[in-house]
Ligand binder design. Structure first.
Ligand code: GLV
Ligand code: MN
Ligand code: MN
Ligand code: MN
Length: 404
């Protein structure tokens, strides 16, 4: 049986590996665009080849159902996403989808007759790399995000979400998904985005919680002017307040053990010999609790305002999305950890669709697979094949336990 898992998983993994990989080694699987669509087509074909029934919703999410005769009641659903951040890794998302299909193969090989339907889900735009809002598909499906708000989102080229979805062949209305009402338990398997499992010398863990996480837009405005002819004391340069804010973010998050990142910045007019009129920068901040997150962002904002006042520039802060902390169902986590031979139970600082489903009241769990580099959202993201297979076996064990 171990051989069969290996064959199925490895063959599927190899099929997906080249899709959307740039010459840099990084992945570009932008939602509703060609590489991600190719991954989804691959998934649909793999699901149909397994006699799974495909159900799509108007949010771009897809679920493939295994509904054996006699299976009834609330379903057990597992899955993840196929989109990536720009220049991302191969594992964040697809590992959970491919492992889900392989786990179904394992259950069939074991001749397991699940008492409940089992679904494999693929959520749309998990990373928020195109429309700016992470977990877009699961937020819409659970009703956490209003369809009108989502419909107004545009990408950096000005393409609206509904236009992108229509071009990708997504049909139906945005908003709550009927298929979610069938979900009794949701499990997401994911590559670990850190090295906790390396230190513990274990291949698989169960998640305890997701740290709260927010995205905040900082608009620093000043006065455009000549980079040579304008004396330093006459300038209103918004780049300086941005720089002070970014430094404060790094220093304050480091001092308190939290996370703060400015990973995206735009300057206007973005000319080497021009003092900018505007700098817009996006802060991604995460912390161990909702209160600590609010304090961290407020301290970072204070640093920006102090510097802005000094330079006669202005700062406007707009929270674009704030996701509160998620505590996964603790008894479910303990039960799964026991079923997996006392697997460790660890927190994560990364966002996941599992967090959105948990927040919507669905009993939810996550499994993490060891990542020897600890790198994620970058080409160095990795998992050894033996650990991927351990993840598949663990997921099959969990599905068997939950669907019996
Ligand atoms: C998504 O993976 C995130 O945590 O930003
Ligand atoms: Mn992910
Ligand atoms: Mn990610
Ligand atoms: Mn994520």
């Amino acid at each position: 049986m171990a051989e069969l898992v290996s064959m199925d998983f490895e063959a599927m993994w190899r099929a997906l590996l080249p899709v959307g990989r740039a010459s840099t080694g990084g992945y570009r699987r932008s939602p509703f665009a060609s590489a991600e669509r190719e991954c989804l087509d691959w998934f649909l074909e793999a699901a149909v080849a397994r006699d799974l029934r495909i159900e799509s919703d108007g949010n771009g999410n897809v679920v493939a159902w295994w509904e054996p005769v006699g299976a009834a009641g609330p379903a057990v659903v597992t899955g993840s996403h196929l989109d990536s951040v720009t220049e991302g890794g191969a594992y964040d998302g697809p590992l959970g989808v491919v492992s889900a299909l392989a786990a179904i193969d394992v259950l069939r090989e074991r001749d397991v007759r699940p008492g409940r339907p089992i679904g494999v889900s693929v959520f749309a735009e998990e990373e928020g790399s195109r429309f700016g809002l992470a977990c877009l598909g699961s937020r819409l499906a659970t009703g956490v995000l209003a369809p009108e708000k989502a419909a107004a989102l545009t990408d950096r080229q000005g393409v609206r979400l509904d236009e992108a979805m229509a071009a990708a062949g997504v049909t139906g209305a945005l908003g709550r998904s009927a298929w979610l009402d069938r979900v009794g338990t949701f499990v997401e398997l994911h590559v670990e985005q850190g090295r906790d499992l390396v230190h513990r010398d274990r291949s698989v863990a169960v998640a305890s919680e997701i740290w709260p996480h927010g995205r905040y837009r900082f608009d620093f405005t000043g006065e455009a002017n000549h980079a040579g002819a304008t004396r330093m004391e006459d300038r209103h340069d918004p780049m300086l307040a941005y720089a002070a804010t970014a430094l404060a973010a790094g220093e304050q998050a480091r001092a308190s053990g939290q996370r703060a990142t400015f990973g995206r910045i735009e300057a206007v007019p973005n000319g080497t010999n021009a003092v900018p009129s505007r700098v817009t920068a996006w802060l991604d901040a995460r912390a161990e609790s909702d209160d600590v997150l609010a304090d961290l962002v407020s301290d970072i904002e204070d640093a920006g305002r102090t510097r802005s006042q000094l330079d006669g520039t202005a700062l406007t802060l707009t929270p674009e999305s704030v996701s509160p902390s998620v505590a996964f169902d603790a008894s479910l986590a303990r039960r799964l950890a026991r079923a997996l031979g006392d697997a460790p139970i660890i927190p994560t600082q990364a966002g996941h669709d599992a967090g959105i489903l948990s927040g919507a009241g669905i009993p939810t769990a996550m499994l993490f697979v060891r990542n020897p580099t600890g790198v994620s959202h970058a080409p160095g993201e990795y998992a050894e094949m033996a650990d991927c297979l351990a993840g598949v076996t663990a997921l099959a064990d969990v599905l068997e336990e939950l669907a019996s």
